[in-house]
Design a protein around this ligand. Structure first.
Ligand SMILES: [Zn+2]
Length: 463
């Protein structure tokens, strides 16, 4: 007896040959995909507990968001139209600096709800401060049933590039404690919740860590066989700082600190010079492209088509509530696909298919689940999504990948299966009370502003 069979869908397999199956089926047993093929061939072979008829729908691997700030969902829209350092120092950090684990927990619930409802099945959290409550957050992730690499933030200085006190008092942590807490969380949560949760090292940006501290982190990550994620070259200040202070490019500096390898995700990579592409491709690290965040914060344009051309693995990320301001990978795919065309005056760069690869196979490669995720093939983990194509903005269907990237949005996602479990069906998330969370977030979100005496509201008169 098989657990779940999805039938009559258009299956975008993302397999090595990138096959798309019309009237296709996917069979799930336990947490694995056991068969993928034409419905007429598959259906007679399997008796299923649950059959999901996917007529008029697209079936594809769950999207992998390689850069998420869980704690920032609760401060969505708190710092619009500001540049990065004041954005961080005046709003984002002070606000997060008032958090208790209860706030961290609520923000995680909100963020995971939004991700699931827009087709993300696996994400990499950028770095959790101790005050958000790592344990509480991990428990929420387990309960909701989404796959996550949760990073603990690590730092031993308070700077951001050449600004020495950029990190406010309430968000500052000392090196020894951040390292100890990360190791404790690895012991407690790495590979736990049925291997839904991994624990990573969330290294802070150059200026907040000494070279020796990065090296210590690298050593520990190697020992525990886990990943490291770091914001790198997000704004011009980053590259200027590394050039001035160390006489190195960002990737030369990363190599100097040992922060290189297939287990490293460098976030943004806007200010990565061409000479760094070789180091990136040779060391097999991943650049996580966050176009909405880079555009909104006016950070610049990451050279994504150029990096892909040089053999660099480039994945995609939504970043956070004050920078994006949403966690919808489908919207992010469209932005990634169109922004570079205008930048390079070339509509042929980054076709829809390449961008879907960034959000699936490339993202999967960046995570420790590597070969187990990213495509629909027998033996892979059963993380997949179903997208309804029977919407006015999604017909006619000529190329379903084009419609998904250029015309769809997160609310077209109908069903989400993670680790073989139906987490959302018919847009109803089964593992959490959505209405209750939305209500609590509205209240608590505005309460966070009040803690700091901030009045953030409409810029137009309200009657
Ligand atoms: Zn970020």
């Amino acid at each position: 007896m098989t657990d779940i069979v999805l039938t009559h869908g258009t299956v975008v397999t993302m397999n090595g040959r990138r096959e798309i199956l019309r009237d296709g089926a996917v069979v799930i047993e336990g947490n694995k995909i056991v068969s993928v093929g034409k419905t007429e061939k598959i259906k007679p072979k399997y008796m299923a507990d649950v059959e999901l008829d996917c007529t008029g729908k697209l079936v594809l691997p769950g999207l992998v968001d390689c850069h998420v700030h869980l704690a920032q969902a609760l401060i969505r829209g708190c710092a619009d139209d500001l540049s990065l350092v004041p954005w961080l120092r005046e709003r984002v950090h002070p606000m997060q600096g008032t958090y208790s684990p209860k706030d961290g927990e609520l923000s995680t619930k909100l963020c995971c709800l939004e991700m699931i409802k827009s087709g993300t099945t696996c994400f990499v959290e950028s770095g959790l401060h101790w005050r958000y409550g790592f344990n509480e957050i991990a428990r929420v992730v387990e309960e909701i049933g989404i796959r996550a690499a949760l990073s603990k933030k690590l730092m031993n200085l308070r700077g951001y590039a050449d600004v020495p006190d950029a990190i406010c008092e309430s968000m500052a942590e000392d090196g020894e404690t951040t390292l100890r807490q990360t190791l404790e969380m690895i012991k407690k949560w790495h590979g736990k919740a049925g291997n839904l949760i991994h624990v990573w090292f969330g290294a802070r940006t150059p200026g907040a860590c000494t070279v020796d501290f990065y090296r210590e982190m690298v050593e520990q990550a190697r020992k525990h066989q886990t990943g490291i994620t770091i914001h790198l070259g997000e704004v011009k200040q980053d590259i200027d700082y590394m050039r001035k202070e160390f006489k190195m490019t960002p990737m030369e500096f990363m190599r100097h600190c040992g922060v290189v390898g297939p287990h490293v995700i460098y976030v943004h990579g806007v200010w990565i010079p061409q000479e760094d592409f070789k180091i990136l491709s040779e060391t097999e690290g991943t650049i996580c492209h966050c176009p909405a965040s880079n555009l909104k914060l006016a950070s610049g344009f990451a050279p994504v088509p150029e990096m892909l051309h040089a053999g660099v693995n480039v994945a995609l990320g939504c970043d956070g509530g004050p920078s994006n301001n949403c966690y919808d990978m489908i919207r992010e795919m469209k932005l990634a696909a169109i922004v570079h065309k205008a930048r390079l005056l070339d509509p042929e760069v980054l076709p829809a298919e390449r961008v879907l690869e960034m959000a699936t196979v490339n993202g999967a490669r960046a995570t420790l689940w590597g070969k187990e995720l990213g495509s629909l093939e027998p033996g892979k983990l059963a993380d997949l999504i179903v997208v309804d194509q029977r919407n006015p903005h999604l017909v006619p269907v000529r190329n379903p990948v084009s419609n998904l990237v250029y015309a769809a949005n997160g609310s077209d996602v109908d069903t989400v299966i993670i680790d073989g479990k139906i987490v959302m069906q018919g847009r109803e998330v089964k593992t959490i009370d959505e209405a209750k969370i939305v209500e609590r977030v509205q209240e608590t979100g505005l309460e966070v502003d009040k803690r700091l005496g901030l009045e953030i509201g409409p810029n137009w008169p309200v009657k």
